[in-house]
Structures are given as structure tokens and as C-alpha cells.
Design a protein. Structure first.
Lengths: 109, 112
């Protein structure tokens, strides 16, 4: 079993829909990051979470430390949100970076 | 601040050749990482460092070496290039709990 599991693997939505991507992890962490990668592009960090909730524009990220679970929400989705979203955790005791396999999001106009 | 600078952007190697991928950050970050991304696949951690003088293996370290003599620099060395090392390589850095991860722009490496 992978230490970081993301779901769904693939997601297709219509423009304007509310989107949720989930991330569960099985190790102790010091931080969790949500990343975005556009096709053929580099990787951009969206959020860093160690507790609670963060919001930036139409993006909201939450984390539940007790349940070892995080979610990334996109409100009023737009075709430009089409990308791969990756959850990554930094292992608390070691500092190494563990990635989920990513969620490929496609938003249709 | 320039952020994370990664060079070169593209490189073609012959089997058995060696090369060094450079990664430099100017944000005084303690944590630095190298990972690879194969086509259509997820990111795999090669090596990481939690500070100058300290390095550790990640998930796929075979065929690679790193060093961290300064806080700023974290070069990745390929000694005997193999076709299995054809991939896109990313360097990243991170520091405090209130900061995001910062990524280099990637190196596309082909070993033929």
C-alpha cells in the first residue's frame, strides 16, 4: 500500500462544477503540500498545510491530522484549471518527500 | 530572489557518459530534493538533504549521487548514464512550516 493515496486518479468536470480531490496518508508528517502541474509544464506549489484550512481564490485546501486526510476543492471550475494535482507529504521524523500519484483533472467548457 | 535555478534544461547523453545536474536556491532553505518524473508517471524521490553536509537516499537512488557542501547548492551526479535514466528531473527546496515548496523548471534528459 502506498504511503500517500490520492483519489480519484482521473476526473472530468464541466465548467462551473465544484471539484474535490482527496489525499490520504499513512505516515507521520510535518507538512502536506498540494501541487499543480500543467501539461508539459513545471510544478507549482498551491498550498502548504500543517493544520486547518487555507483558501486562495477559488482553491480551498483542508487537512485533518487525526484522520490523516486532506482535500483540495476547486469552486466554479474553469478549463484553465485542467492540470495534474499532486499531494505530497514531508515525513515528520526524516524530512523526506513522499508523493501521491496525482489526479488528472480535465474541465470541459 | 531567483528561487530555485536548475541547469541544464535539456541534455542528451550517450550510454556510459556522466554528467551533473545543477540546482541552486537563494532562499536559505534547509531542505532540498531531487526527483524524477517518467512520462505519464508520478514523481519519484531520488535523494534529499535536510541541511548542508547531510544527504539521504529517496525511493530511486541507484545510479545517482549527490552532495550538499553548501546550503545553496545540491548537485545531482549521474556517473554511468543508462537508458533507464531517461526522464525529466526536478529539484525542489523548502524551509519553514509556513512556506511552500519551490521547484526548479526541470531538466529533460535523454540517454541514447
Amino acid at each position: 500500500k502506498n504511503e500517500v493515496e490520492q483519489s480519484p486518479q482521473n476526473l472530468t468536470a464541466q465548467e462551473g462544477e465544484f471539484i474535490t480531490i482527496n489525499c490520504s496518508y499513512s505516515v507521520g508528517i510535518s507538512a502536506l503540500h498540494w501541487l499543480q502541474q500543467h501539461p508539459g509544464g513545471g510544478i507549482v506549489s498551491l498550498f502548504m498545510l500543517s493544520s486547518g484550512k487555507k483558501k486562495h481564490g477559488r482553491l480551498i485546501a483542508t487537512i485533518n491530522i487525526q484522520e490523516k486526510h486532506s482535500s483540495l476543492h476547486i469552486t466554479a471550475s474553469h478549463p484553465r484549471d485542467s492540470a495534474v494535482y499532486i499531494c505530497a507529504v514531508i515525513r515528520g521524523s526524516q524530512g523526506n518527500l513522499i508523493f501521491g500519484k496525482g489526479t488528472k483533472l480535465s474541465v470541459k467548457p | 530572489n531567483a528561487g530555485v535555478t536548475q541547469t541544464p534544461k535539456f541534455r542528451i547523453l550517450k550510454i556510459g557518459q556522466s554528467m551533473t545536474l545543477q540546482c541552486t536556491q537563494d532562499m536559505n532553505h534547509n531542505y532540498m530534493y531531487w526527483y524524477r518524473q517518467d512520462p505519464g508517471m508520478g514523481l519519484k524521490l531520488i535523494y534529499y538533504s535536510v541541511g548542508a553536509g547531510i544527504t539521504d537516499k529517496g525511493e530511486v537512488p541507484n545510479g545517482y549521487n549527490v552532495s550538499r557542501s553548501t546550503t545553496e547548492d545540491f548537485p545531482l551526479r549521474l556517473e554511468l548514464a543508462a537508458p533507464s535514466q531517461t526522464s525529466v528531473y526536478f529539484c525542489a527546496s523548502w524551509n519553514a512550516l509556513n512556506e511552500k515548496l519551490f521547484f526548479g523548471s526541470g531538466t529533460q534528459l535523454s540517454v541514447l
